[in-house]
Design a protein around this ligand. Structure first.
Ligand code: NAP
Length: 264
């Protein structure tokens, strides 16, 4: 089996990265940064986001596991003390895999029928470059509302504990194939009206945003932020691809939620 190890880049994560690499090679596993079967991400959830984007072209072949060198993460749920145990478990392949849904984002541009496709593990956000974001929101091809406000966020179930949660979105169990649309400071008065609640869409529904006036937007895909000009529409749906996590012990999602947000 081939493996790769990624690090957040701080000294604690780097030294753990070298340790994991040496241990796994001692078990005769092959280090392959380009085509790994398993990626051990060391740092935090942010580090796993980077690892996901690095290997997103081979999601059907690569599984991920995360070790946290700071606080407990949703993707990075192994502690540095457990690394020896983790290495032995990885060496004793095959391992169990759990799959989480991803978000597909298709940005279409005004001219030449151009479009770009993105995959997000946590979420995508849309903000105006200048002034209030004004977007017509369509659900399954039907006009739903005209949004006016700071921005919109569409998250995956596993991303629902990240930015989405800060926006008052619900925490969604990652076995539910869905995406969630949440508002950032919508303008609601006698003239302008939005639903005001986060919306959870099933896998066979799609949400489309159409610009009302400005056509330039700042669009984030997880930690990546890009300016998109001359945008015709932005479509969000549950992606056909999934991320695969290598599971070596039970750590139920609701326990992770409890331990991250409630327990000391
Ligand atoms: P960052 O600003 O350095 O870190 C954002 C924080 O979000 C980190 O504490 C990170 O955990 C945590 N996080 C990432 N994914 C998570 C998840 N699925 N569930 C719970 N917490 C999660 O940015 P970054 O490390 O490059 O990560 C980009 C992410 O930041 C975005 O995808 C977005 O979700 C999040 N973000 C949140 C807000 C907000 O809450 N107001 C605003 C902007 C962006 P670790 O410390 O373990 O890495």
């Amino acid at each position: 089996m081939k493996f790769a190890v990624t690090s957040k880049g701080d000294s604690k994560s780097n030294s753990l990265m070298h340790k994991v690499r040496t241990y796994l090679q001692d078990f005769n596993l092959e280090y392959d940064e380009d085509q790994p079967d398993i990626v051990v991400s060391i740092g935090g959830d942010g580090t796993l986001l980077y690892a996901f984007h690095r290997y997103k072209k081979r999601l059907d072949k690569t599984a991920f596991v995360g070790v946290h060198t700071g606080h407990l993460g949703f993707y990075a749920d192994w502690t540095p003390d457990e690394v020896e145990k983790l290495v032995i478990a990885i060496a004793k392949t095959p391992f169990q895999v759990v799959e989480y849904p991803l978000l597909e984002v298709i940005v279409r541009y005004q001219h030449g029928g151009r479009e770009s496709r993105f995959l997000a593990l946590n979420e995508s956000t849309v903000k105006s470059v200048e002034g209030t974001l004004v977007m017509d929101v369509e659900m399954r091809g039907e006009h739903f509302e005209t949004f006016r406000g700071d921005g919109l966020c569409v998250s995956t179930p596993s991303g629902s504990t990240a930015y989405n949660k800060a926006l008052g979105g619900a925490i969604i169990h990652p076995t539910i194939d869905s995406i969630q649309l949440s508002e950032m400071a919508s303008i609601n008065n006698r003239v302008f009206r939005t639903v005001g609640s986060p919306l959870v869409l099933p896998a066979h529904h799609t949400c489309l945003l159409r610009p009302v006036n400005n056509v330039d937007f700042q669009i984030t895909i997880d930690h990546l932020s890009l300016l998109h000009e001359d945008v015709k529409s932005i479509q969000f749906l549950v992606a056909p691809e999934k991320i695969r996590f290598a599971r070596f012990r039970p750590f139920p999602f609701w326990k992770r939620v409890h331990d991250s947000f409630i327990a000391n």
